[in-house]
Ligand binder design. Sequence first.
Ligand code: M6R
Length: 608
Amino acid sequence: MCGIVGIVQQQETKIGKTIIEALTKLEYRGYDSVGIASIFDNKVIITKDQGKISEVSERIDVNSIKGKIAIGHTRWATHGPPSKENAHPHIDCSGEISVIHNGIIENFQALKEELLNQGHEFQSETDTEVIPHMLEQLVKKEGISLKDAIIQVSKRLEGTFAICVVSSLEPDRIYCAKRDSPLVIGINSDRMFCASDIPAFLSKTRKVVLLHDDEFVTLTSDGYEIINFNTLEKVVRKPHTVSWKPEMAQKAGFPHFMLKEIHEQPNSLADYIRIQQPALTRIAEKIYNSEKIFLLAAGTAHYSTLTGESLIRKYVKKPSSAIIASEYESIKSLIDEDTVILPVSQSGETMDTIMAIKSAKEQGASILSAVNVIGSTITRYSDEVLYLYAGPEIGVAATKTYTAQTLAMWDIGLELGKLSGEIDNSEYTAARKLFQEIPTVVKQTIVRNESRANHIASWFAKKNSSFYLGRGLNLQTANEGALKMKEIAYIHSESYPAGESKHGPIALVEEDYPVVFVSPKDHTHSRIISNIMEMKARGAAIVAVIEEGDREIEEMGKWKFEIPKGYSEMLSTIPYIVPLQLLAYYTAVRKNLSPDMPRNLAKAVSVL
Ligand code: M6R
């Protein structure tokens, strides 16, 4: 996820300042580097650097960027770490065609090879840079107009993209094209905007046109023209006026980032699946060939590693343990050259995890990590990294990064199963097919359960204490559900293996005491039923997360959440957490708490 913006206006102004103001409103989409391409004196002028917008705009002289036309970009690294070279805009060899991009070009390796053979020189590691060189090839070498070149290139790009192009060849316009990444136009009497999201220009205009997939736009200071780049047919779409308040607009209309991020999960999971990561096979091979494996993480990330631990034990039958990073000392004496350490982290900056990795590295262990933030400290200590591609997570409570971490664990698990022969070819193919379906299942899960979560929250919000119980893989779903409730709704929530609850915790249960059961229809089902009955007999109010149509458990529960069929074991830890994220969110809201900024917590915990 990155933020892009473009402005084309009738008067020459200090346009750099306006671009920076607009990018600041998009910083929630990415913040590792910033860049502007403006046209001045019929030349493309690129100003860019690594860092947050506030840092970069202090270093560059924003007021010196003048002109009638400019595009700007705030980056969230995917291909290539944060650096000045990898910052957008990117430019062709002649320095005349400049491009900003939000999305992922899946076929960039093949395109890059073709361009290298044609003599193009690359300055970055990004997928985006193929675009200006492809345009240059068509415009300069084949004599095609820039507009036709962008249309041709858009058809060749695989993956997701919203691109804006400026060029000294046609210095009065911005060309844009999009597929699957957002792009909107903003209309003013004397200037036009394009951007990833409405907040970029909301202080200047409320008149907007939303672009659809496979559309190409020509933006000049006095208007816009949209065509479909496949059919070349003209699209007539009138602007509409938005009524959002600026602070709501940044959250795409959601009242909080946490809810927005819960809703983003179908897309973030699809992005993870979409991007082929060569590191995956290398990680699986190294785990397969190692003697012992320790997964290291903190908080929510730790719960995702419990899925990893189970899958590694199941598929390679080797000692594997998920260790809380701050408890690393307990395994330190076991670490040697035959050890694999698998750290999992959203931020890549959690100090407990970093210190443990540093120590393990000194003792010769291989560090194979799964991290969301590219270029973060953990990635720099790692021998291999599997990226989570969940985009920036602003809410303090991890939601979309937990499901991405869990998916990454399944991804590694499946490769291990194939390597060890525990999964045969047809099982592997079926599992990969299920992988592809997971974004849709998560979407359906949100749709089916959101209003229920809101409703149940009105009852939950009055409680002081609760249990979250699960068995097998979904014990970690119970753990994570309870952590969410604690973190943002401040309700004491204890997670326990369901079978263990009768050995003590059950003493706390009294009339209408909330007990959340994560109960998929897998091998744990009949035992979970017994545990539900034990709790019910003591007056507990059961909140059951069940597979749709599971009447047996439904009848025992006071409340239910339903998950689509087919995910009872394989991948179940992903959809089953979603209603519990929603329940925690709505409970916090019912209690008038701020879900995005819970007390005493920080997004990245950089203290020991
Ligand atoms: O950035 P990390 O994934 O390493 O962070 C680990 C924990 O600090 C984090 O998951 C924390 O528990 C969150 N607040 C959970 O919502």
